[in-house]
Design a protein around this ligand. Structure first.
Ligand code: SAM
Ligand code: SF4
Length: 335
């Protein structure tokens, strides 16, 4: 049951009754870090001609808007390493029908872009930071960039842009820093969210924590914490408030707290695949359409038909299902 009629502002409902209004766009698979759970030290990048040009991405966004998708997250690889990222963000933010544009970044190049991002009117920045210890940072990311990221986080406090810190907590690596990390939300005007590690690509080699584990830790130290009912974004994160904290602590319980029944998102990879679910490889190669003689109507119809096939749920709890499980790394998908 698809209530689409081809105009901006319409609603896209998939075949499982979910409203699809959010697209994550990976604008590059390149990155200036090498987080161990995300990508290897050496990984050939997608060839120059295979990467969607910004005009092509904007064309897909225009079609997405007419399907009812109005919220966009720009990610990577590391989005800020791609030349032209800021003008792309400006074009996307000013596109008729676009309601919200946010970015996810590792923060290394963020500080010098902050005032431009503010000027563009970016609606939110998620900064990924898993540790407050520069040595552990270097081990986890294989790069010595902690101070750049930290300076960017401090700089966000003087900007009006809503900021969230994304942490992946891993057993035996950074879990001893859990309270130091949640104390960022005590001391700064930002939310701190814990993403449960997903068994995608290099993530398979690590053991993480789910929301239940982390809430138990919080309850021991902060028994007065309260569940936050206010909606904080477009995603599946749930939040708690801890008395005296400036921001909230959130959880993206990707594996143990399956939230597929409320999934509102599709993904566009930097080489033009419209992906329907993180777990499954399937989708549609929009680059082929864009670089063929296909008309706008044909591209729109192909996107609509594909979105209707969005799977009901991920299968991360099963062993690999030959032929359907996603084989890309997270850096190639965008998280
Ligand atoms: N480079 C940017 C960054 O790090 O924020 C954007 C892309 S990165 C792939 C987006 C998010 O995915 C990061 O917060 C990262 O920690 C997370 N991530 C990467 N691999 C993951 C995995 N296997 N499971 C869960 N989260 C993962
Ligand atoms: Fe790069 Fe982000 Fe992956 Fe880290 S998580 S390697 S910063 S894409």
């Amino acid at each position: 049951m698809d209530s689409l009629n081809g105009k901006a502002g319409k609603t896209m409902i998939d075949s499982h009754g979910r409203k699809i209004d959010y697209m994550r766009i990976s604008i590059t698979d390149r990155c200036n870090l090498r987080c161990q759970y995300c990508m290897p030290e050496e990984l050939p990048s997608i060839g120059h001609t295979e990467i969607l040009r910004f005009e092509e991405i904007l064309e897909i966004c225009r079609h997405a808007v007419s399907l009812g998708i109005t919220k966009f997250k720009v990610t990577g690889g590391e989005p800020l390493v791609r030349k032209g990222c800021l003008s792309f963000l400006r074009s996307l933010k000013t596109m008729p029908g676009v309601e919200q544009v946010t970015i996810t970044t590792n923060g290394v190049l963020l500080k010098s872009c902050l005032s431009q991002l503010e000027d563009i009117g970016i609606d939110g920045i998620n900064i990924s930071l898993d540790t407050l210890n520069p040595e552990i940072y270097e081990k986890m990311t294989r790069r010595n960039e902690f101070s750049q990221v930290w300076d960017a986080i401090v700089a966000t406090q003087a900007s009006k842009i809503r900021t969230k810190i994304n942490c992946v907590l891993l057993k035996g690596i950074n879990d001893h820093e859990f309270f130091d990390l949640i104390h960022l939300a005590r001391d700064y005007q930002l939310d701190v969210r814990f993403i449960e590690i997903m068994p995608i690509g290099y993530g398979k080699g690590f053991e993480g924590f789910d929301k239940k584990d982390l809430l138990e830790k919080i309850a021991e130290k902060y028994p007065d914490y309260q569940v936050e009912h206010r909606v904080h974004g477009n995603g599946p994160a749930s939040y708690v408030n801890i008395p005296g904290f400036k921001g909230c602590v959130g959880f993206i319980d990707a594996i143990h707290g399956k939230f597929c029944d409320q999934c509102n998102r599709i993904r566009l990879t930097s080489d033009g695949i419209l992906k329907l679910c993180l777990y499954y490889e399937n989708g549609i190669d929009l680059k082929k359409y864009l670089r063929s003689e296909a008309s706008s109507e044909e591209i729109l119809a192909a996107m609509q038909k594909t979105i209707m096939k969005k799977p009901l749920e991920h299968q991360f709890h099963l062993t690999a299902k030959e032929g359907s499980e996603e084989l890309k790394n997270m850096s190639q998908i965008g998280g």
